[in-house]
Structure formats: C-alpha cells, structure tokens
Design a protein around this ligand. Structure first.
Ligand SMILES: C[S@@+](CC[C@H](N)C(=O)[O-])C[C@H]1O[C@@H](n2cnc3c(N)ncnc32)[C@H](O)[C@@H]1O
Length: 261
C-alpha cells in the first residue's frame, strides 16, 4: 500500500485541542487525539479496521445483532458508525457529538462523509437522546468522553431509562467506560444499567477483570438475553485477551468475578 501524504493537524476548537496523528504501523491509519488523549483511530482506506480493542468488542455486538438503526453517543472520528455502515448495508446511524470542531476535523482530515444514513448532530447527547422516539433503535453505543470520564448527565438513571425506551425489543446498549482495578466506575455504571435492564454483562481485558491495571470496560445491557456465547467466541483469541462476563456483580470485588453463563 502506498504511503499517503500526511500533514500534522492541530486545531483549537471551542472546547478542546484536537490533533490528528499518523499511525506509524499503518500507512492509512490515523489517530484522533482530544486534549492529548487517543480518542479514536480510523483507517482511511478500510472502515472495517478497528484498532482499539474496545471498539472491536462493540463491533462484535453489532456483527451479532445486525442492527438497522444505531444511535451513537459521542462522535469522535465516527469510526464505529462507519464500521457498522460498511458491514451492515442499509443501516442508519444518528451520531451525537457536542464539539463541532471535532466533526470538522473528522470531515476534513479523517475521511468522514456524512449522508442521510449517517447523520451527525452537534450538541449534547443528554439533550438529543430523550427526544428520540420509543423503540426507534436496535443499538445505542455510549462512547462519549470528557477526559477519562463519561459525562455525568449520560449516566443518570433518568438518561438510562431513555436509552431503554429508545431501544426496540432485543436491542442492546453498549456503554464504554474507562476504569482501573477494582473497577469502581464500571460497577457503579453497571448498577445503574441493572436497574433499567434485565440483562447486563461486561467485556474487558482479562487482567483488568482479575484485578490488575486499567483500561476499557464495555458494559452491555438489554431487556432480552444477551448473545453471550457468540460474543465469547468472537472475543476468544483477541489481542487484548478480552473476556465476556455475564450478570455483572455490582458490589463484590473484582477477584470474585467469574465467567458464569
Ligand atoms: C472516544 S470519542 C468517540 C469515538 C467514536 N465512538 C468513534 O467511533 O470514533 C468521544 C467523543 O465524545 C464527545 N462527547 C463528549 N461529551 C459529549 C456529550 N455530552 N454529548 C455528545 N458528545 C460528547 C467528545 O467530544 C468526543 O468526540
């Protein structure tokens, strides 16, 4: 593959300093950094390439669910929306991104092309999602971050109730959180999800689940049973050694987690 021309990008938006960096291992790979943190990665030539383990695991859910309508909380490079749009023809994506400057960088430097089936709305996801109709989505992807944190307004019981309302029967909410052992943040969010949904699970690298280090935990929630066996098969052999944990305990310590069915 020919090496693409690359000019470093640094933009001061109304909210953040946004940078685009070259992926030294992939000529067409680009990292999106927001205030110095890697916030997304996109392969300009291949929308099905997902560099981050947590995005791969959310993509597993989409591959299994085959959603028609997906809502994305947090836009970044819109990598996940582009992945599902590329792999699930005809799927429709509504993305909420609060920083207009991030969207501009994604358009001008990260190859994002919006169209009627991939729309980005600029503003707070906490304001947009409650306006969405009941039963209008098959999947909601929660990946909005300010620094290391999911904005508080997107983790309240009231907001979570709106996610449940917006999902169709069998729909799945995938919420990415950043945490460190013994996972106090993920447990808190899991407890909120468990109050609104009958089925909750978590996907995370094995060391993190065993009480070591930090990283991404993807929480899954649905009114219907989750396709755990299929997700485990997809995660098996993953570079980040991710595991799928069902019935996430909200009080117990990380060491007591087991891979129960
Ligand atoms: C980790 S990036 C999202 C990456 C994205 N999932 C992708 O596939 O490329 C997080 C994004 O969430 C946005 N964000 C933070 N708070 C938000 C909010 N309350 N509503 C909408 N977007 C928000 C940030 O501006 C940032 O672009």
């Amino acid at each position: 593959m020919a090496r693409r021309a690359f000019t470093p990008v640094e933009v001061r938006t109304a909210l953040h300093v946004v940078r685009v960096e070259r992926d030294e291992r992939r000529p067409s790979g680009r990292f999106l950094l927001i205030d110095g943190r890697e916030s997304s990665h996109v392969d300009l030539d291949d929308p099905t390439h997902l560099e981050f383990g947590y995005m791969r695991r959310i993509a597993d859910v989409a591959d299994e669910l085959r959603p028609r309508d997906v809502v994305h909380l947090g836009g970044g490079a819109c990598t996940l929306a582009r992945y599902v749009a590329a792999t699930r023809r005809g799927s429709a994506h509504e993305v909420y991104e609060r920083d207009e400057g991030v969207l501009r960088v994604a358009r001008e430097h990260l190859g994002l092309r919006t169209h009627p089936k991939l729309r980005v709305r600029i503003g707070d996801a906490a304001a947009f999602l409650p306006r969405r109709a009941d039963g209008s989505a098959d999947m909601v992807v929660g990946d909005a971050f300010v620094g290391l944190h999911v904005p508080a307004a997107l983790t309240t019981p009231g907001f979570t109730e709106h996610v449940r309302r917006v999902l169709r029967a069998g729909g799945i909410y995938a919420l990415n959180v950043d945490d460190a052992a013994p996972l106090p943040v993920a447990r808190r969010h899991a407890a909120t999800l468990a109050a609104a949904f009958d089925h909750v699970a978590a996907v995370a690298p094995r060391p993190l689940l065993r009480g070591r280090g930090g990283g991404n935990v993807v929480l899954l929630a649905s009114a219907a049973p989750l396709p755990l066996d299929a997700l485990r098969r997809r995660a098996a052999g993953s570079v980040d050694r991710e595991e799928v944990v069902a019935g996430w305990p909200t009080e117990a310590g990380a060491a007591t987690l087991s891979n129960q069915a």
